[in-house]
Design a binder for this molecule. Structure first.
Ligand code: ACO
Length: 322
């Protein structure tokens, strides 16, 4: 069996926050932010607009793109670090809003690597035959966990959601066949204090704020990202030349450029949305994917490489024949 992507969709909150607006509030500048990160603006969820609302809109868009009724879905895996509530899972709110009362829905937390972890999880459930069609969603409202007085972090993140629909299909499983070809997930908790939230139900009983040693994250990112991409290449025989599109987690243009350069991936194959979306954590890959599918870059049969790295640290890659 292979997990074939039937469609994708995304949703961004209406409100856009530009670098200039941030510079009016805190000691920063458009020039500093663009130079260090490539970010020009980010979307911010409105008061009363929750992660589940963003996720539901993205899920509906993905189902429409797939030409599928919600009732066909029997698995929802939602990656988020900013759930509506501590429990129940935000995935259950999405499931209920879509009118699905069968199958299973759960959240998965791997911070910025969440979408790749969720894709790999759903892929394994589909290939095992446990479920038939999955919604894989990355949805975040990071604006709610930012310390808006910390210029080292608050300029980096934004809100949004993206989703893909996967279907288990019987195939010989050749590299030329459509679907998820391989996934590779990693984590190493020795780095857990380099990027974390200083709250939580069991520790402080508060939600807390994101804290980051930016330089430390940067130092490890490129090596981890390129290692796990090499794993994907080794497993499939794919190369930097044979992939059609590189859709990385959108944290920082400098990390993306350095990773692509190290792997000899041509710049024109790199899908970049960090300028417009900022870092939307688990949502960034499906948001970028939806842009590249909509504008006609990603076409049927294309070989698409996903990659992410984030808090934990966690990191991972996925290679998909579109
Ligand atoms: N505006 C202006 N100045 C700032 C800002 C800001 N928004 N933020 C920090 N500075 C200042 C600092 O105070 C410091 O000033 P000082 O020298 O007077 O003390 C100076 O800029 C340099 O600070 P650094 O933190 O050393 O700057 P650096 O060049 O490392 O850039 C950045 C910071 C952009 C966060 C960088 O470290 C980075 O991109 N790290 C990767 C982090 C990342 O992408 N995390 C995302 C989550 S993880 C993931 O998704 C992969």
């Amino acid at each position: 069996k292979r997990s074939v992507v039937l469609g994708c969709g995304s949703y961004l909150p209406q409100k856009v926050l530009t670098n200039a607006e941030l510079a009016a509030r805190i000691d920063t500048s458009d020039e500093w932010i663009v130079q260090r990160t490539g970010i020009r603006q980010r979307h911010i969820a409105a008061e009363g607009e929750f992660t589940s609302h963003l996720a539901i809109n993205a899920a509906r868009a993905a189902l429409e793109h797939a030409g599928l009724d919600a009732q066909a879905i029997d698995l929802i895996v939602l990656a988020t670090s900013t759930p509506d509530h501590t429990f129940p899972a935000t995935a259950v709110a999405v499931q209920n809003e879509l009118g699905i009362h069968h199958g299973a829905a759960f959240d998965l937390q791997a911070v910025c690597s969440g979408f790749v972890f969720a894709l790999a999880t759903a892929d394994n459930f589909l290939r095992s035959g446990a479920y038939k069609r999955a919604l894989v969603i990355g949805a975040e409202t990071f604006s709610r966990i930012l310390d808006w007085n910390d210029r080292g972090t608050c300029v980096l993140f934004g809100d949004g959601a993206g989703a893909v629909v996967l279907e288990a299909q019987d195939q010989p499983g050749l590299p030329s066949d459509r679907g998820v070809l391989t996934t590779h997930l990693r984590s190493d908790g020795r780095h857990k204090a380099k990027l974390y939230v200083d709250g939580g139900p069991s520790t402080t009983r508060t939600v807390g704020h994101l804290r980051m040693e930016g330089r430390e994250v940067f130092k490890h990112a490129v090596g981890m990202i390129t290692d796990v991409i090499v794993d994907a290449f080794d497993a499939t025989g794919a190369t930097a030349d044979s992939i059609d599109w590189f859709i990385p987690h959108q944290a920082n243009k400098r990390i993306i450029d350095a990773s692509a350069h190290k792997l000899h991936i041509a710049p024109q194959k790199v899908v970049l949305t960090v300028d417009l979306h900022g870092n939307t954590s688990a949502a960034s890959i499906p948001l970028a994917l939806a842009v590249a599918v909509k504008d006609g870059r990603v076409k049927k049969g294309d070989l698409v490489l996903f990659e992410a790295m984030g808090g934990g640290f966690t990191w991972g890659s996925a290679l998909v024949r579109w």
